[in-house]
Design a protein around this ligand. Structure first.
Ligand SMILES: Nc1ncnc2c1ncn2[C@@H]1O[C@H](COP(=O)(O)OP(=O)(O)O)[C@@H](O)[C@H]1O
Ligand SMILES: [Mg+2]
Length: 265
C-alpha cells in the first residue's frame, strides 16, 4: 500500500465544494480464517457539508465498517473516499492520523473514554496530541464540559459518571479540535429514552449551530427521521436513501436561526 502510493502520484477525486463526504465505488473485504467477508459492496454516496445523515440497517449490514472508513481508521479494499475535498488514498498513514485528530471525530456506543483519566483530562487529550498549550487546552476543555452540562463533574473519572454523563464527556472530547465531521456509531444505544433525547439535542445542536456534518448510525427510527436524509443498508449494500424530517424542518428554520459563534462549543 505504502509503496504503491509513493511510486505513483494518484490524482485526487474531483469533489464539489459543498460536499463533506464523497464515497466512490467502495468495497471492503475482511479475511476471517479461510472465509472472505464482503462487508461493503460498491458503495456510492455523497453527503453535503452541514448535513445530518442517518444510517440504518440490521446488525452485520456494514454500517460500522462504513463509518470506520469515513473516520479514516481503515482503508477500503477498493474505491475512493474524499473528506472535505481531501482524497484519502492520496494521503500517507501519517496524514491520515492528522485527519483523525483534526477533521473527523467519532462517538461510540460504549463512550470509549480512558478510565484512569478525569472528564477534564479525557477532553484535554486530543488537544494535547495536537500540541495545544496547557492553559489553552484546560480552558477549552472546561468550557466544553460546561457547555455539555457537566460543570460539576469535571474532575470525575468515567466510572464515577452515569452512561449519559460519560457520553456527554465523549461529545465534549469529540468537539475539542473543532472537527468538521462528527461520526456517531449508535451513540444512544446504551442509554435510557430521556437521556437519549438530551444526547441527541446536543449532537443536533452542534450540527445546526456550527454546521458540523453529522453522520449517525442508529437503530432508532425516530432518530433517523430527525435527519435530513437516511441510508438503509442491507448486506453491505446501500439499498435506499430517503429524505427525513430534518430536511423539511431545516427549510422552515433557515433565515430564522442565528449562528452561534464557533467559540461557543
Ligand atoms: N475486523 C473485521 N474482521 C472480520 N470481519 C469483520 C470485521 N469487521 C466487520 N466484519 C464483518 O463485516 C460485516 C459487517 O460488519 P459491521 O460493519 O460491523 O456491521 P454493522 O455495524 O451493520 O452491524 C459483518 O459480517 C462482520 O462480521
Ligand atoms: Mg455496528
Amino acid at each position: 500500500m505504502f509503496l504503491r502510493r509513493n511510486k505513483k502520484k494518484i490524482e485526487a477525486l474531483e469533489v464539489a465544494d459543498d460536499i463533506a463526504v464523497s464515497i466512490k465505488d467502495v468495497n471492503k473485504f475482511y479475511q476471517q480464517n479461510t472465509r472472505e467477508i464482503h462487508a461493503l459492496k460498491d458503495i456510492n454516496l455523497d453527503i453535503k457539508k452541514g448535513e445530518f445523515f442517518a444510517i440504518i440497517g440490521r446488525s452485520g449490514s456494514g454500517k460500522t465498517t462504513l463509518l470506520s472508513l469515513l473516520g479514516a481508521m481503515e482503508r477500503p479494499t477498493s474505491g475512493r473516499i474524499a473528506l472535505n475535498g481531501q482524497t484519502l488514498d492520496c494521503l500517507s498513514d501519517k496524514e491520515l492520523t492528522q485527519i483523525r485528530r483534526n477533521d473527523v471525530a467519532t462517538i461510540y456506543q460504549s463512550y470509549n473514554l480512558i478510565p484512569v483519566l478525569t472528564a477534564l483530562q479525557n477532553v484535554e487529550l486530543p488537544m494535547l496530541l495536537k500540541g495545544m498549550d496547557k492553559e489553552d487546552r484546560l480552558r477549552r476543555a472546561e468550557k466544553l464540559l460546561v457547555n455539555v452540562g457537566l460543570e460539576d463533574r469535571i474532575h470525575h473519572k468515567p466510572d464515577e459518571l452515569s452512561g449519559g454523563e460519560q457520553q456527554r464527556v465523549a461529545i465534549a472530547r469529540a468537539l475539542s479540535n473543532r472537527p468538521r465531521i462528527i461520526l456517531a456509531d449508535e451513540p444512544t444505544g446504551n442509554l435510557d429514552v430521556e437521556i437519549t433525547d438530551d444526547i441527541l439535542k446536543l449532537l443536533v445542536g452542534v450540527n445546526r449551530d456550527l454546521g458540523t456534518t453529522l453522520i449517525i448510525i442508529t437503530h432508532n427510527m425516530e432518530i433517523a427521521n430527525m435527519a435530513d436524509r437516511m441510508a438503509l443498508m442491507k448486506n453491505g449494500v446501500i439499498e435506499e436513501v430517503r429524505k427525513g424530517q430534518g430536511d423539511e424542518n431545516r427549510k422552515e428554520e433557515d433565515g430564522i436561526r442565528e449562528k452561534l459563534p464557533i467559540d461557543y462549543y
